[in-house]
Design a binder for this molecule. Structure first.
Ligand code: ATP
Ligand code: MG
Length: 374
C-alpha cells in the first residue's frame, strides 16, 4: 500500500526544511527497503509499505502522523468514483470530508467539494455526516497534478528524523529503561551509538546475546547501530577491593561515565545519555546523580529523568525491547549491590574514595565494537 506521512510544521521553517525532509526520506527508504518516497507539498508520499509495517512506521522518528492513502485524478467525478470504490472498513457510523486546495484552479472550492462529495458518500455508504469527532475523516488534498485521498490519521512518533542532530553515546544496560532512553534520543534526531559495560564473571554469552538483541531491536527505528562492549571485570575487581560496599555502585557508575566519555571523544559523540529516572532506584537520588554526573565534563542527557515507570514500560513494550529486558540476567556483579546503598552521597566523600582507585589504565580499557545491522 501507499502512505502519506506528515511532519510537524514547526520543524519546517526556513533553510532546514530540505535537510529535514531529505533525511526523513532517506531514513524511510533505508528502514523499509522495498519502499520508495516522494516529496509532496504537504508531506511525504511513501510507496510500497506493507500492512504489517504500519505499527513500526508509527515509531519512526520525524513522522508526526500518517495514513494509508491513494491518488485520484483532478476531476470531481473521478474523485467520487475512487472514494466510492475504496474499502474504508465497516465499523463507521459517521464521517466527514475535509478538503484542502493548494491548486486554486480546481473548478470547485473546498466547501463545495466537501458538501458534494459528502452527500455522495452518505448515499453510497449510509454513514451520517458529523463534523466534530466523526468515526471516519476522509481527507482530500488537491494539488496541482493530482488529489491525495486518505482516511483517519495514525499518530506517529513525532520529533525529528535520526541524523538531523549530533551523535550521542547511549549507555545501554540490560534493563528496561536504557533502550527506551536511546530511542527517545533518536526521536530528537540524534544519531546513536551504544555502550555496554559487561561483567565477565557471569555468563558472558547470555549477557552479550541479550545486549545484542536489544541493539538489534533499536536498529528497526535507527538503522544500523554501533555497539561498544567494555569488559568491566578488571574495574569491578578494583572497586570490590578498595571501595566500601555502600559506595561501590556509585564508583562503578563514575568509571562507566569516564570510559564512555573516552569512547564518545573517539567516535565524535558530543553527548552521552542514560536511562536514569529520578528516584527510581537508590542510585538515582539527586545526591547520587550529582555525584555520578560530576565525574566527566561531557554533556549528559537524561531523557527519562521525569518519566514514570509505567509510561517507560508501555513504550518499551511497543518498541519490542520490554520482553528482552525482562529476560533474567545479572547485569552487574552482585558484590557491587549493597543491601544498604548510599542514597545521600557527598561529592567530597566520593572523590576521596575514588583516589584509592588506580585510574592510570583508564585510557587503555579494552573496547570491543560491533556493527549491528538491521
Ligand atoms: P536500566 O533499566 O536502564 O538498567 P535502572 O533503573 O536499572 O536502569 P541503573 O541500573 O542504576 O538503573 O542504571 C541507570 C543507567 O545507567 C542505565 O539506564 C544505563 O544508562 C546506565 N547503566 C547502568 N548499568 C550499565 C551497564 N552495565 N552498561 C551500560 N550502561 C549502564
Ligand atoms: Mg539497570
Amino acid at each position: 500500500m501507499n502512505v502519506v506521512a506528515h511532519f510537524d510544521e514547526i520543524f519546517l521553517k526556513g533553510g532546514n526544511q530540505r535537510f529535514f525532509v531529505n533525511q526523513l526520506k532517506k531514513n524511510i527508504e533505508h528502514l523499509f527497503p522495498k519502499s520508495h518516497t516522494l516529496r509532496l507539498e504537504s508531506g511525504i508520499w511513501i510507496e510500497n509499505i506493507q500492512e504489517e509495517d504500519l505499527s513500526r512506521l508509527a515509531l519512526i522518528p520525524g513522522i508526526a502522523n500518517f495514513s494509508p492513502a491513494f491518488k485520484a485524478e483532478l476531476d470531481f467525478e473521478k474523485i467520487v468514483a475512487r472514494v466510492e470504490s475504496e474499502n474504508w472498513g465497516d465499523d463507521f457510523k459517521s464521517f466527514r470530508i475535509t478538503a484542502n486546495r493548494s491548486d486554486k484552479t480546481f473548478p470547485m472550492d473546498s466547501v463545495e467539494i466537501e458538501r458534494e462529495l459528502g452527500s455522495r458518500v452518505n448515499i453510497k455508504f449510509g454513514w451520517k455526516v458529523k463534523l466534530k469527532n466523526p468515526d471516519l475523516e476522509i481527507h482530500l488534498n488537491i494539488g496541482t497534478k493530482e488529489v491525495i485521498v486518505y482516511g483517519n490519521l495514525i499518530k506517529g512518533a513525532g520529533g525529528l528524523p535520526v541524523g538531523t542532530a549530533e551523535k550521542v553515546m547511549c549507555l545501554l544496560s540490560g534493563g528496561i529503561d536504557s533502550p527506551v532512553a536511546a530511542y527517545k534520543m533518536m526521536v530528537r534526531g540524534a544519531e546513536v551509538e551504544l555502550i555496554h559495560f559487561q561483567n565477565q564473571t557471569h555468563v558472558t554469552e547470555e549477557v552479550s546475546k541479550k545486549i545484542m538483541d536489544l541493539a538489534k531491536v533499536l536498529t528497526k527505528y535507527h538503522g544500523p547501530i554501533t555497539l561498544h562492549i567494555v569488559p568491566f571485570e578488571p574495574w569491578q575487581k578494583q572497586i570490590i577491593m578498595k571501595v566500601p560496599s555502600d559506595y561501590r555502585m556509585l564508583l562503578s557508575r563514575r568509571l562507566m561515565f569516564k570510559i564512555s566519555q573516552n569512547v564518545a571523544h573517539k567516535v565524535g559523540a558530543l553527548a552521552m545519555a542514560t536511562g536514569d529516572s529520578l528516584g527510581q532506584v537508590a542510585s538515582q537520588t539527586i545526591q547520587n546523580l550529582a555525584a555520578v554526573y560530576q565525574s566527566v565534563d561531557l554533556l549528559k542527557l537524561t531523557p527519562l529523568i521525569a518519566e514514570n515507570k509505567t509510561d517507560i514500560m508501555n513504550l518499551a513494550r511497543r518498541l519490542g525491547t520490554l520482553e528482552i529486558s525482562e529476560r533474567p540476567y545479572e547485569d552487574c556483579c552482585s558484590l557491587l549491590v549493597s543491601n544498604h546503598p548510599q542514597t545521600k552521597s557527598k561529592i567530597e566523600d566520593v572523590l576521596k574514595i575514588e583516589e584509592k582507585i588506580d585510574l592510570s589504565q583508564l585510557d587503555k580499557t579494552e573496547i570491543i565494537s560491533y556493527h549491528i545491522g538491521m
